[in-house]
Design a binder for this molecule. Sequence first.
Ligand code: GUN
Length: 291
Amino acid sequence: MKLLDGKATSDQIKAEIKEKVQAIKASGGRAPHLAAVLVGNNGASLTYVNAKVKACEEVGFESSLIRLPEDITEADLLAKIEELNQSTDLDGYIVQLPLPKHIHEHKVTEAIAPSKDVDGFHPANLGKMVLNLPTFLPATPYGILQLLEKNGIDTAGKHCVVMGRSHIVGSPMSILMGRNTNPGNATVTMVHSRTKNLKELTLQADILIVAIGKPEFVTADMVKEGAVVVDVGIHRIDDATRKSGFRLLGDVKFDEVAPKCSYISPVPGGVGPMTIVALLSNTLLARTLQS
Ligand code: GUN
């Protein structure tokens, strides 16, 4: 069993991005600038957004964290988005999800200028992704593609089972794995909460990508010997023995699944750092397109 070490792989990609930023600056250009909008005080979201800002600093990007109150009206949030769309010193931005319940997520996603939508969530960008046209790929699936590629995992002709159909991970992931690209060219099965013969299908997976949002849901009896397992889940479980007061678990029961795998991504240190580096890649692309 080998670890799909997202920390090491993302460090390697960050070093490549940093060099490109230095080249832009050396030729008199402005550094890429990413902004993150966080509405409210969700602890996990704040951690993720802070990690994104820190990663920007590491590669020499400009970054801005825009914090807005939990009770902001949808209209005021949309006005802020319009302001960011018009900003000329900003290459891309994200609005961290989930949003408070009184705000329609799709209205926000659709208000973001596609040219600055480095999360790749705008329908225009998702449409381009489906059509295999150049665009910003959604950060988590893009990070997983890079994790597979940089670790030399061949996906062509393999049976890839994607567990979960969220707009952020499962749906785009299943499309990307089936596209005529490398990584890609897999035979894809998507399974979800209504799937009847779940275990029968997961046992057929050469590559199992798990994004169902249930801690330790995937157990050893659901995984084929030699499979590649990518765990997208991240759950905070109360743990009084830890200084933070919690520990992190994935969607996969790592200890019992790992011995069966050829490769498996850990939680933390697997998909998480790759998601951040994918966002950086998209921001660099936005900077390149806007110059
Ligand atoms: N919440 C969980 N994952 C993501 C992501 O990739 N982007 C944004 N904006 N919010 C998220």
